[in-house]
Write a protein of this length. Structure first.
Length: 244
C-alpha cells in the first residue's frame, strides 16, 4: 500500500483537505467503475480533473484494502453482494423506470435493511441501453455531512437512465428558526424525533419521480424491521436543492 504523508496534527486544515481529496477520488473511481471504464481511462480522467497521481493510487489502495482486509467493510461488501443477487437475477427483465423502482424498493426493504452490514444509504442506478444494468454507490461517509449532499455528484457523474436513493433519516417537526440552526446528525439522539426511511428517485428526463417515506419499527419477536408507508408526510414534500 502506498505510504501516506505524515501530518503533525489530524485536526489541522491540511489533513482535512487531504482526507477530503482522497475520499473524492475514491468516489470518482467507484462512479467510473460503474460506467465500465477501463483502469487506464479512469486514471487519465482523474488526472484531467486535477487529481495527482499519488492521490489516485492512495485512493485505489484504500478501496482495495478496505474491501479485502477491513472486517467491517469486508462484511458489508459480502452482504451487499448477497442482497444484490436478487436484483441481478431480474435486471434483464427491467424495461421501465417503474419496474426499476419497484424492484429496488422490494429488495431494499426485505433484504438490505434486514442486515446490519447492508443497512446503509445507497444510490441505485439503472441503465437500459445495450445490456441493461443496475449498480449501486454506497453513500455512507465519515465526513460529517449528510449522504444526500453527494447525491447530485453521483447522479450527474454517472448520468443513468434512472436513479433511486434509499436511506434512513430522523424526522422531527421544527420551526423555521430551528431548521436554520440545525446541524447534521443533531436529531439522531433527540427523543422527539423518529426514525424513517426515505426513497427518492427520478429518470434522466426528470419525468418519472419516485417519492416514498416509511415509518420504521422493529418486530421484537424475530428482530426484523417492518415498514409502513407514511401517507401523512409525502416524501415529495422533503425535496430540496440536494436532489438532482
Amino acid at each position: 500500500m502506498k505510504k501516506l504523508p505524515k501530518f503533525n496534527d489530524k485536526d489541522d486544515e491540511e489533513y482535512h483537505r487531504f482526507k477530503k481529496r482522497i475520499l473524492d477520488v475514491a468516489m470518482e473511481i467507484q462512479m467510473m467503475t460503474f460506467k465500465s471504464k477501463e483502469p487506464s481511462e479512469i486514471f487519465d480522467k482523474l488526472i484531467e480533473k486535477g487529481y495527482k497521481a499519488e492521490e489516485c493510487m492512495i485512493a485505489l489502495d484504500l478501496l482495495m484494502d478496505a474491501k479485502n482486509n477491513v472486517p467491517k467493510i469486508k462484511e458489508q461488501a459480502e452482504t451487499i453482494d448477497k442482497c444484490m443477487k436478487t436484483i441481478f437475477e431480474q435486471t434483464e427483465k427491467i424495461n421501465t423506470a417503474k419496474q426499476f423502482y419497484n424492484l429496488v424498493e422490494n429488495v431494499y426493504l426485505k433484504e438490505f435493511m434486514q442486515y446490519d452490514e447492508s443497512r446503509l444509504p445507497i444510490c441505485f442506478l439503472w441503465n437500459k441501453k445495450g445490456k441493461p444494468s443496475i449498480g449501486i454507490v454506497p453513500m455512507e461517509n465519515f465526513t460529517g455531512h449528510s449522504p444526500m449532499d453527494d447525491l447530485k455528484r453521483v447522479v450527474y457523474g454517472i448520468n443513468p437512465d434512472a436513479y433511486l436513493f434509499c436511506g434512513e433519516a430522523s424526522m422531527k417537526q421544527m420551526t423555521k428558526d430551528e431548521v436554520k440552526d440545525y446541524e447534521y446528525g443533531a436529531l439522531q439522539g433527540d427523543p422527539q424525533s423518529k426514525d424513517i426511511l426515505i426513497m427518492l428517485g427520478n429518470t434522466r428526463e426528470g419525468n418519472e419521480e419516485f417519492n416514498k417515506l416509511f415509518d420504521m419499527k422493529r418486530n421484537k419477536e424475530d428482530t426484523k424491521w417492518e415498514f409502513e408507508l407514511n401517507k401523512q408526510v409525502p416524501a415529495k414534500n422533503l425535496e430540496s436543492d440536494k436532489l438532482p
